[in-house]
Design a protein around this ligand. Structure first.
Ligand SMILES: Nc1ncnc2c1ncn2[C@@H]1O[C@H](COP(=O)(O)OP(=O)(O)O)[C@@H](O)[C@H]1O
Ligand SMILES: [Mg+2]
Length: 1137
């Protein structure tokens, strides 16, 4: 690991001049030289950084270095510009203090480089992130753009800033950059038209011509050859180590990063080209007859090209170069310009064009880099202003530059020397003031409002009448003659009358940094900074957007007759603002020193350095720092750094830091006059004391390191040992467990064996005992059973005897009880009768009494009347109710209202019966005679067959039609009809059963009042005619068949062939009609109807029994008849379901 060297640790020379011993100018320079020779270019005076320009690149700005200095204390590491940047950044971020970095020094001392280093360091250490990085990049890339347009090679510096620049970088509360604002101060614009010997115009001209592509140059109507342009000096156009072409690309790239649009870049380059073209416009004199000199443009080609670039009309510009119009209130006077005036006008235009372009660039960059948020921000300002300059010929520009440096020195004195002294007072340290040169007097000479040089210059410029540089010098000679720092040959101060180094047209000022001789020539013009209105109007007319913006006063609508403020006035005002701004911020100083005039590395010119050290007031700076005390440190940090030197403060001091430091100092026996206690800091008078403390600390640190090592090693060994010990215990524990487990298993199995033997033996013993016990128990049981048996029998006998005795007793007792009970019952009955008699008598008696009592209240028959009335009402209600609830007139309707009162039961039933009879009568009265006859027949049929023959039920619904054959109408039966003289009562087709086989033959059956006729069905021929008186009886079965036998009177004529066995579907009707007819005939007897399942039929000579059986239905539902034998005819009737 790299050993970091502290400021206080051994190093080359002394890192902080405050600690320089002995302190003298020589030792100071010697220390600087010593460090410079060892590449240590930075040295401190307290918190001020002295920077020597090494004129070569040193490896001390690497990212590693940035990391090294990041977040470290100022004194911790060797002096570096990064330490200062870090300190400033941290106190901005952590303590919320706005900072400014003031970089001063001569031209070429390294100010611009230093400012870039500070910015790059801050960019490296502050926050990161896409947005932040963009902001950083834009801030950093604004540098190359401004340097291209604002820097130039001078004799002192190849990259000299020809403008002042102050940049505010804005940060948020986290320390991340938000954006920035750049202010620029007075560009040295005279350089555009003329450069001193050995110097160049601004870089951008050379960069454009060497770096731009052929195409671009063609568009800009430019030629790559520098020598073609009057405004470019040729003697030093090429600078060693400066690659203009590469830089042009860098600038283009930077413009893009900063946010310039392509057309903006184009416009800028067009204006640059226009300036070059402008320089090439030349004039020739032309005499007029009236003697007035006039000028003419020599070669109009360049003018033409320029006008094309800017989009102006050539004639307009031509006129502006030839005439000058002066407007005064109401008048407008045009005068012609002579050649000199024309050149003056041309150069003024070029200078104005360029400087306005430069200011526009700054504004445009500001637009890009300005913070996007309105949130409160902290600011770090970096001031890089042109350095103090002494040239052979110094003009208005140098005067202004040096005035600015003078002001900066003033602020340095103000803040450093004054603040140092104020700190002692603040800390309550005894203090005697230190003398130092205060340049306030020089500042006053220049800027005093009444008689300051700038004020007088302004006065001259505004004064009416002829004003020249000489009149201005005269004025100075009169007014400033007495001033200590002003020198002039013509001044009344006789001191300089013989001074030949002081020419007549010059004046000299003793600046803080040395005497500077200024040539008065040009002061008035430059201060006036006059641009003829004709030119600005011509520029405004140009068809070029940027041009219009740059020359707003050329707008004819906004004619302003007031003079614009002079250059000096403007500069003084802006420097004043800057100074006020700086004073509000915490300053950090970088004082740049130039080691030689040759821009060479390794050369250290003592005299040059000595001169700078003197005028920069560095010795005074050190002296003030040391006058009281060379070194100071806050109590806390002092105690922190040295507390190991005292046992009482090491390792911890519990009390206030100051007391700790006091204890520490007492313990170290530091002499009391060597230090002082301030309010918050300890002040150490002599550097020796500090070195003593540091040496003690170094030794102590070695001891402490050994101690730390010792303790660490001890701790490490002990940890290791404890770990081993712990492991050993774990291993041992596991092993013991294992061994014990094994032993236990062995003991356990042995025990089991012993146990099993013992248990076996015990069990057998127990078994034996139990067996013996069991035998004993069995024996006892048997004995006791016998004994109990004997006992029980004896007891039984005894009990039986006893029971017999008890029964006898019970019976006797029962008898006795019975007797007693009967006697009692008799008695009770007697008593009851008597009681009843008493009750009846009593009731009668009561009734009598009551009647007697109430007789007087009623009339003799009132009770009966009430009763009758009540009954009458009830009856009335009953009948009315009945009337409303009468059932229908249908005889089959069985409904009848419910009976209302019990005592009306009889009446109710009787009424129902009567009603029924009445409605039946009504029903019957509707019948015709025929229908009546039919019903009578039906009634008769019912009387005959109901519940006697099964066939009857099916006949009830069949109407009795009588003549089924329509015998009188059918011509087929005409013959038959005529054969029967009586009215046919019934005509039907019947089956005559053959007596031989039981089969049937169809016959027409006719019934008249007198006879039954059987005829052939087909022919109608009468087969038999039986007079009704010959018919004795008719036999039918009880079943559902249609068989019937007509039995004839024995001995009658009809009976010759025997009885008829017939079968008909209309059996019921036939029999009924037969019965009726028979009954109504005068001479016939009542026809018997025999209903039985077995009857005899006379066939010729034998009687055959016709038997009806119930048979299973064989062929359908038909009845079958079979001859079984001679005497039996069996009719099988299927059972009806
Ligand atoms: N820290 C440095 N390291 C290397 N070279 C430096 C350093 N500082 C300055 N220089 C050189 O000195 C030259 C002039 O420095 P510059 O900063 O432009 O001076 P100033 O701005 O003070 O006029 C630079 O171009 C560079 O070559
Ligand atoms: Mg510079």
């Amino acid at each position: 690991m790299e050993v970091k060297t502290s400021l206080l640790d051994n190093m080359i020379g002394v890192g902080d001049m405050v600690l320089l011993e002995p302190l003298s100018e020589d030792s100071f320079i010697e220390n600087l030289r010593n460090r410079f020779d060892h590449n240590e270019i930075y040295t401190y005076i307290g918190s001020v950084v002295i920077s020597m320009n090494p004129y070569r690149s040193l490896p001390i700005y690497t990212p590693d270095k940035v990391e090294e200095y990041r977040n470290r204390n100022f004194y911790e590491l060797s002096p570096h510009i990064y330490a200062l940047a870090d300190e400033a950044y941290r106190s901005l971020r952590d303590q919320d203090k706005d900072q400014c970095i003031l970089i001063t020094g001569e031209s070429g001392a390294g100010k611009t480089e230093a400012s870039k280093l500070v910015m790059s360091y801050v960019a490296a250490v502050c926050g990161k992130g896409q947005e932040v990085n963009k902001v950083k990049e834009q801030l950093l890339q604004s540098n190359p753009v401004l340097e291209a347009f604002g820097n130039a090679k001078t004799v002192r510096n190849d990259n000299s800033s020809r403008f002042g620049k102050y940049m505010d970088i804005e940060f948020d509360f986290k320390g991340d950059p938000l954006g920035g604002v750049i202010s620029n101060y007075l560009l040295e614009k005279s350089r555009v038209v003329k450069q001193p010997r050995g110097e160049r115009n601004f870089h951008v001209f050379y960069q454009l011509l060497s770096g731009a592509s052929d195409d671009t140059l063609k568009k800009l109507k430019l030629d790559r050859d520098f020598s073609k342009y009057n405004y470019l000096s040729l003697d030093s156009a090429v600078v060693n180590g400066l690659d203009d072409a590469a830089n042009f690309r860098t600038v283009r790239n930077a413009m893009q990063i900063v946010g310039f649009m392509e057309d903006e870049v184009q416009s800028v380059l067009e204006l640059v080209a226009a300036v070059l073209k402008l320089g090439n416009i030349e004039f020739k004199p032309e005499s007029r007859c009236n003697g007035i000199d006039e000028s003419r443009i020599k070669d109009k080609n360049d003018l033409k090209e320029m006008c094309e670039l800017l989009g102006t009309e050539q004639s307009v510009l031509e006129r502006a170069f030839s005439y000058r119009t002066v407007e005064a209130k109401l008048e407008k006077v045009s005068t012609t310009l002579n050649v000199a005036q024309a050149y003056y006008a041309r150069d003024a235009l070029a200078k104005n064009l360029y400087s306005r372009l430069f200011s526009w660039l700054v504004t445009r960059i500001n637009e890009s880099i300005k913070a996007q948020t309105k949130a409160r921000h902290k600011v770090m300002g970096v001031l890089d202003i042109y350095g103090f300059e002494i040239f052979e010929e110094n003009s208005f520009e140098q005067f202004i530059i040096n005035y600015c440096n003078e002001k900066l020195q003033q602020i340095f004195i103000e803040l450093t020397l004054r603040e140092e002294q104020e700190e002692y007072i603040r800390e309550g340290i005894e203090w005697t003031n230190i003398e130092y040169f205060n340049n306030a007097i020089i500042c006053d000479l220049i800027e005093n409002h009444q008689n300051g040089i700038l004020a007088m210059l302004d006065e001259e410029c505004l004064r009416p009448g002829t004003v020249t540089d000489e009149t201005f010098l005269d004025k100075l000679n009169t007014i400033c003659a007495e001033h200590q720092h002003f020198e002039s040959r013509l001044s009344k101060n006789s001191k300089f009358i013989t001074d030949h180094s002081l020419p007549h047209n010059c004046f000299r000022i003793q600046h803080y940094a040395g005497k500077v001789l200024y040539r008065a020539e040009g002061f008035v013009d430059k201060n006036n900074d006059l641009l003829y209105r004709d030119l600005s109007q011509a520029m405004y007319k140009a068809n070029h957007s940027l041009m219009k913006q740059l020359f707003p006063e050329g707008n004819p609508a906004k004619v302003n007759l007031k003079r614009p403020p002079t250059a000096g006035f403007q500069f003084r005002a802006s420097v004043g603002t800057l100074m006020r701004n700086l004073q509000t911020k915490n300053p950090n100083y970088i004082r740049c020193i130039k080691p030689n005039d040759k821009k060479a590395s390794h050369i250290f010119t003592d005299s040059l350095v000595c001169h700078q050290v003197r005028y920069l007031g560095l010795m005074e700076n050190v002296r003030v720092r040391r006058a009281g005390y060379a070194f100071r440190q806050a109590y806390e940090s002092c105690l922190e750094r040295y507390k190991m030197l005292c046992k009482r403060t090491w390792p911890h001091w519990r009390g206030p830091a100051r007391e700790g430091v006091e204890v520490l100092m007492a313990d170290l026996k530091v002499p009391a006059d060597e230090f002082s206690y301030g309010r918050s800091k300890i002040f150490i008078r002599n550097p020796r004391t500090l070195f003593f403390l540091e040496e003690r600390r170094r030794q102590c640190l070695q001891d402490l390191a050994t101690l730390i090592q010792k303790i660490y090693r001890g701790w490490k060994c002990r940890s290791n040992f404890l770990l081993l010990k712990k492991s050993q215990i774990v291993v041992a524990a596991w092993y013991r467990r294992y061994a014990q487990h094994n032993r236990y298993q062995k003991i356990k199995s042995a025990t089991t064996v012993v146990q099993s033997y013992t248990r076996g033996w015990q069990a057998r013993k127990l078994l034996r005992e139990l067996k013996y016990q069991k035998r004993c128990v069995e024996a006892v049981t048997t004995i006791s059973a016998f004994w109990h048996g004997t006992q029980a029998r004896m007891e039984l006998r005894r009990l039986k005897q006893e029971a017999r005795n008890i029964h006898a007793v019970t019976v006797i007792w029962a008898y006795w009880q019975g007797t007693k009970a009967r006697r009692e019952l008799r008695r009770l009955k007697e008593e009851a009768r008597r009681q009843h008699a008493v009750a009846v008598i009593w009731a009668y008696w009561q009734g009598l009494k009551v009647r007697r009592e109430y007789r007087k209240f009623f009339r003799a028959n009132a009770g009966k009347k009430i009763y009758d009335f009540t009954i009458q009402r009830i009856m009335q209600k009953y009948f009315l109710g009945l009337k409303n609830t009468m059932p229908s007139m249908s005889p089959v309707d069985k409904s009848w209202p419910a009976k209302p009162y019990r005592f009306l039961d009889g009446v109710h039933t009787e009424l129902r019966r009567t009603f029924h009879l009445w409605r039946c009568k009504k029903y019957r009265s509707q019948f015709t005679e025929e229908k009546k006859a039919v019903y009578e027949e039906k009634l008769e049929a019912s009387e005959i067959f109901k519940d006697k023959k099964a066939l009857y039920a099916s006949s009830v619904s069949q109407p009795f039609m009588g003549d089924y054959l329509e015998i009188s109408k059918n011509p087929k039966y005409q013959k038959l009809n005529s054969a029967v003289d009586e009215k046919v009562l019934l005509a039907d087709v019947v089956n005559k059963i053959n007596r031989a086989n039981g089969k049937g033959t169809a016959r027409i059956f006719l019934l008249t009042k007198k006879s039954v006729v059987l005829a052939d069905q087909k022919t109608g021929q009468v087969k038999a005619s039986v007079p009704l008186p010959d018919l004795t009886s008719v036999s039918v079965s009880t079943q559902s068949d249609g068989f019937f036998a007509l039995k004839l009177k024995e001995g009658s004529a009809s009976a010759v062939k025997g009885d008829f066995l017939l079968s008909s579907e209309h059996l019921i009707e036939i029999i009924t009609k037969l019965h009726r007819t028979g009954a109504t005939a005068e001479d016939s007897e009542q026809l018997n109807i025999d209903i039985s399942d077995e009857f005899l039929v006379q066939f010729k000579h034998d009687k055959v029994c016709v038997k009806f059986i119930q048979g299973a239905p064989k062929n359908g539902n038909s009845v079958s008849c079979k001859r079984k034998n001679n005497r039996l005819l069996e009719v099988s009737v299927p059972t009806t379901a």
